[in-house]
Ligand binder design. Structure first.
Ligand SMILES: NC(=O)c1ccc[n+]([C@@H]2O[C@H](COP(=O)([O-])OP(=O)(O)OC[C@H]3O[C@@H](n4cnc5c(N)ncnc54)[C@H](O)[C@@H]3O)[C@@H](O)[C@H]2O)c1
Length: 391
């Protein structure tokens, strides 16, 4: 299949590029290389060394058997995006090209506005470009489980049956996002769904849980990044980096918040299944993509016991929660669609975490140098009495 990956230089994107090439697909990548800049702006770096895009492309050619066509473009550059799609004529388009950080979007107005403009306009640009240049292609769009928030109900896959005043309907399940970033994903979901209805595009909107895990290779040029700073380090990746440098794991709040998680390799397997089993023309379908649900305290305990097994001393420290989120809440999302397509989770989380810590140990000095960036300074509720520009 011809697959266009927007966001191919990112954490998931660089892994997916290699995973799909390994399954015999012809892949083309596009990325504005923004993630590299955002992590530098946060004063941090990837825990594992990553290569420049040119070196990545050279390594891809040597290992994957063909030259990866790569477009350095911003999705909001509509003309450039249209030209790329018109030239490549993809059968599937994977859209990973967004700013994925809730804390980054909560820094101040400038960051909130950037994240929403980047994500919502980029998606809109892609939808119009697909309409005009590859309307038959299947869009696989990355959303997040965070779009649903934490309702006091089980969470279906996108839609549910409701009865109200004696009438029934199948409606989108309510979205209750918890950051400006998460709201950008909600807006995207509505726009993608509307484009399917309006133009007959076909799309799978993936509500993905938090991804953890290393994507390293014997050729370091094929490594995918792994971030640990307060904005771009996801919970488990951050905790493992803390374990490796002997810094206590910083669990936010009382640690009872529950979320869905999956490993990087499971994420690749799920995305592969979604791509290889496309939606029908005009269909907008939603997959909840997660493997297990754990509380923050349970996550920290997994990291502690993996660290113990490797001879590390891992302490856990409760921190005032910088976010505004519910604790001790109900959380039971469905995730049957991908299992019905054949998703079989790989190694259990304990094993993945042990492997991750083992893989990070050679980089402990590198992580140590940026250890300050692990601590949260971005708070969801800044004091309203302080004008933004003076903060
Ligand atoms: N990693 C996770 O745990 C996770 C969980 C749920 C959802 N997601 C979603 O998956 C997607 C990929 O996440 P990731 O962790 O790989 O993030 P990432 O930041 O590593 O990858 C995104 C890539 O897209 C590029 N990009 C961003 N805006 C762009 C634009 N306007 N034009 C062109 N390129 C642009 C960035 O440079 C980056 O390389 C995101 O949409 C994210 O919201 C990720």
């Amino acid at each position: 299949m011809r697959v266009f990956i927007a966001g191919a230089d990112g954490y998931l994107g660089w892994s997916l590029t290699q995973y799909l090439a390994g399954r015999g697909h012809t892949v083309v990548g596009a990325d504005a290389l923004l993630r590299r800049l955002w992590v530098s702006e946060m004063g941090s770096t990837s825990a594992v060394p990553i290569a420049s895009i040119d070196d990545r492309l050279a390594a891809f050619r040597e290992h994957c058997g063909y030259r990866l066509r790569f477009f350095t473009l911003d999705l909001r550059d509509h003309r450039a995006l249209c030209a790329a799609l018109a030239e490549f004529q993809p059968e599937a388009v994977v859209h990973l090209a967004e700013c994925p950080s809730a804390p980054y979007s909560m820094i101040d107005f400038k960051h909130a506005e950037f994240v929403q403009a980047n994500n919502v306009s980029g998606t809109l640009s892609l939808l119009f470009a697909m309409r005009d240049h590859c309307p038959e292609a299947h869009l696989v769009k990355l959303g997040t489980m965070g779009e649903y928030g934490t309702p006091n109900l089980d969470i279906p896959e996108g839609f549910f049956e409701v009865e109200y005043r004696g009438r029934r309907d199948r409606l989108p399940f309510p979205r209750q996002a918890g950051s400006w970033y998460h709201w950008s994903k909600v807006f995207d979901s509505h726009n993608v769904s509307y484009a399917c209805q309006l133009w007959g595009l076909r799309a799978t909107d993936i509500m993905q849980g938090v991804v953890y895990g290393l994507g390293t290779s014997t050729d370091v040029r094929l490594n995918t990044r792994l971030d640990f700073d307060q904005a771009f380090g996801t919970a488990l990746n951050r905790f493992c980096c803390q374990a490796v440098i002997g810094q206590p794991i910083t669990a936010y709040g009382d640690g009872t918040q529950r979320r869905g998680f999956l490993s990087l390799s499971d994420s690749m397997q799920c995305l592969g299944l979604a791509i290889e089993n496309p939606a029908e023309p005009g269909e907008y379908r939603v997959f909840n993509q997660l493997r297990e649900v754990l509380s923050v305290t349970e996550l920290a305990a997994v990291v502690r016991s993996a660290g113990d097994a490797l001879g590390l001393t891992v302490d856990i420290e409760q921190l005032d929660n910088p976010r505004l989120e519910a604790s001790s809440h109900h959380y039971r999302p469905d995730s049957e669609h991908l299992r019905d397509l054949g998703f079989r989770p790989s190694a259990p989380i304990e094993e993945e975490v042990r492997d991750m810590i083992r893989g990070l140990l050679p980089h402990r000095n590198r992580i140590h140098r940026y250890a300050d960036q692990l601590m949260p300074t971005v708070r969801w509720r800044q004091s309203p009495s302080v004008p933004e520009e003076t903060r």
